[in-house]
Write a protein that binds this ligand. Structure first.
Ligand code: HEC
Length: 137
């Protein structure tokens, strides 16, 4: 072997060694990340959430009951499709006090000290999903 060949072999050996070392250390970093479904869950965007999830996260169940079956402070959210169109329902969620038909007046007598909050802070897309869910249950 000439000197040049020895140098070349040495460099090649070093190169392969660094390459393998890189792979080994890379794997060590990858594994905990890959197993980390927690990260994926916390980063889940509203885009992927369905109406029921959004309802639970928005606190609706604290008044309307765990399964929206109603409670002594708010009515059950059932058969809503008999009374609401999609757009009206979204508008109601954004500003409940602007609706004052007979049903609402009765509700306000029955649940005197409780005010249905306005959810105009929620994204309209999310309100749409909530409305869709409420209109199909
Ligand atoms: C602080 C308690 C409270 C919370 C929280 C609450 N509501 Fe209400 N909700 C009420 C009350 C009380 C009424 C009765 C009508 C009124 O006061 O306007 C009502 C009425 C409604 C109605 C009309 C029901 C019908 O029969 O037409 C819908 C729909 C509704 N709520 C959906 C929701 C949704 C969706 C959420 C969550 C994003 C929510 N509510 C959160 C108290 C609450």
């Amino acid at each position: 072997m000439t000197n040049a060949q020895k140098w070349l072999a040495a460099f090649l050996g070093l190169f392969i060694f660094l390459f393998l070392l890189g792979r080994v250390t890379n794997k060590k970093e990858e594994i905990p990340y890959k197993d980390n479904t927690y990260t994926e869950k916390t980063l889940q965007s509203n885009e992927e959430k369905d109406g029921l999830q959004l309802i639970r996260e928005s606190g609706c169940t604290s008044c309307h009951g765990q399964n929206l079956e109603g409670s002594n402070i708010a009515p059950a959210l059932v058969n809503l499709k008999e009374y609401w169109g999609r757009d009206n329902l979204i508008n109601y969620l954004r500003n409940p006090s602007s609706f004052s038909n007979e049903r609402m007046k009765e509700y306000r007598m029955k649940y005197k000290n409780i005010i249905m909050p306005s959810y105009n802070n929620l994204d309209v897309k999310d309100l749409g999903k909530i409305a869709d869910y409420l209109l199909t249950r």
